[in-house]
Design a protein. Structure first.
Length: 203
């Protein structure tokens, strides 16, 4: 018998936007998409969205995406997107893209794994981080050792230059463990192969 995973198995995805004492939280719809338009503290956001399963990825192929269009503000802005029910260990790939940014000190993308399934929690295991100081792209990788079920929280932290109004035309942060990721067994085999190559070169 073939066991199918329904969208309701991962229907708890949440998007949270925080600036100072101000915040907004949106629960994803049945397609795994949560969207927000409006003001949070000093920030005016045209559109911010979080997307996951079933639109992107699956429990066996963890994927989270945060996208934001046309935003500006003077205080730090934190965007969190989180879902649970993931089941595979592997190597997580993080990618951050930033387009036309002004008065930014930094933009950081981070991924956290939580064995208790807690959403929007950045106190769990830090998997990897990547950061930019201006327009461009950056990538990073980190290892998820848990085989599930567990929760993932993607975080984007935008820090403006002090006393300046920061502006962003668009940004996109994606986290994925493709095809269940590089399994721990495969990763160990890769290290053995690389070790053998290294030994041959030392002879």
């Amino acid at each position: 018998m073939l066991a199918l995973t329904s969208p309701s198995a991962m229907a708890n995805a949440k998007l949270e936007i925080i600036s100072g004492t101000h915040s907004a939280t949106v629960t994803a719809n049945a397609l795994g998409v949560a969207t927000f338009t409006g003001n949070v503290g000093s920030w005016a956001l045209t559109l911010t969205s979080g997307t996951t399963f079933p639109t992107l990825g699956s429990p066996a192929v963890p994927t989270l995406d945060i996208a934001s269009l046309v935003g500006s503000g003077t205080a730090p802005l934190e965007i969190l997107f989180s879902d649970d029910g993931y089941t595979h260990a592997g190597v997580a790939a993080l990618q951050l893209h930033l387009n036309v940014a002004n008065n930014l000190q930094s933009v950081m993308l981070a991924l956290f794994a939580d064995a208790n399934g807690d959403l929007l929690d950045t106190t769990g295991t830090a998997v990897a981080t990547a950061s930019l100081a201006g327009s461009g792209s950056v990538a990073a990788h980190g290892l998820i050792t848990r085989t599930g079920p567990y929760a993932l929280t993607e975080e984007i932290l935008i820090t403006p230059v002090l006393h300046k109004k920061a502006s962003i035309v668009s940004l996109d942060g994606t986290v994925t463990v493709p095809d269940g990721g590089l399994t721990l067994a495969s990763l160990g085999s890769l290290f053995v192969v690389l070790g053998g190559v290294s030994r041959r070169f030392r002879k």
